[in-house]
Ligand binder design. Sequence first.
Ligand SMILES: Cc1ncc(COP(=O)(O)O)c(C=O)c1O
Length: 461
Amino acid sequence: MNSILRLPNDLDPFARLVAARRTLAGMDVRGDKIWPGMFDDGVVSLAHGDGTRRPPVRSLRAAAEMLSHTCGWSFDDYHFNREYLPLLQAIREKQAGVGADPASIESLYVDAGSSRIFSTFFHLFLQEDDLVLIPQGFYHGTLDWLPPDPARLHIVPVPPRTNKLTAEHLSETCYELARHRRIRRTYLLLTNPTFTGAVYSPAELYAIEDAAISHEIFVLYDLAFAGTEFADCPASVVRKHTRLSQRSLAVGTVSKSHNLANIRVGWCSGPKGIVDAMRDHREKTMGAVPFLTQAMAAAALVDDDVYLKINAQECIKRVELIKFGLNDVTGALTAAGVDAAINVAHDPGASHSVLVNLRTLSRQKKQLTSLDLCAYMLKHAGLAISPGYSMGFSDLEFRIAYGSVGLHGTYAAETCNPRKQLSIDMSCLEEAFATGRSVLKSALFDRLLPALVAMFRQNAM
Ligand SMILES: Cc1ncc(COP(=O)(O)O)c(C=O)c1O
């Protein structure tokens, strides 16, 4: 096996996740809290976030309407295990709108968020000799969906400049792994757009799916960031290859695109037998998705073009701010005598965060990881960054989640006048977005930069 294939699997990814969470919570290895955590007062968090602003006004109105009449549902009845048809229809229309094959969205079911759907799938179908392939740069919470068994997980390296899996790498990985162990079934978790905003083109998807078909891989599409694309025409078409329709599952959610993470509504479409088994599991385990929240999700999805476009435009501005900001940070590091460079690893075309590369050429006492960096920033700068350590990276890569910075300002802006409580005032919204951008800028120059200078100086040989 060549070394690049082995690289991200050198340490147990589940242990890495525990360590990253502990670090972000401000705890040492014993679990004692000894420095500020990401949610503490005074800490600026660039480590979490669900969206750029409050959920669509239409969605909030739908909830208010559901509460004001009891026609078709009420709190006292067991409606949650029945299908809420307006939501199913809204999802089908959305998927058809991005070119999904109608047959592939016939079998559809709704559950309490996409995390629960993925966990259900692996709980029901993953067996002893199965293997789950996850491209590097994955959403760290993905690991919570799997049994904590490193032997059933393989992180596939991705080229750093694109951060996207390639068909060649997928095939190479499959051949290599098959030479070393018996695999009953292989699953591939493909997130498109990715966690750090890379978007697979239809041609790239087609090639990956071709490889998946030849290696008999079952593909799970994580579409959490579908709808956040910066381009007018969303590229995240699912399942280019109709031959894959019986060997894949597409999972969506309103958590990110519509900032409705707290209502826990996700859905999945795929082969009938699988979808039926998963729906059955939801019913047996009381996976409640009340009509109240389903109505909110349905209202969010209908005619959401303007809502999504405004959010994407704000994300584009923030990415530019970070790119230029990091360039200036590199200049300032050099001026301070620190031989280090920091930049956005790949140009994002979607999502709410960027992957950042940090490199130093000067000789260091200790080889630092992104976990050391994360702990240092929390302790000395009151800044939370998301360590690449729990996303399958081993050096100083980290993630800046810029989307929800200043989010609470948008709540205030959109509800400032009680008479217009459910309407949007664009100038107020722009003001709130601008406040978020200035927090972001200050985080880069007043917190990240001085702490980097101090950290590298202390660690210099
Ligand atoms: C890529 C990705 N997939 C899935 C999820 C989980 O979303 P949900 O709220 O629907 O469980 C997240 C949440 O952060 C995510 O980033």
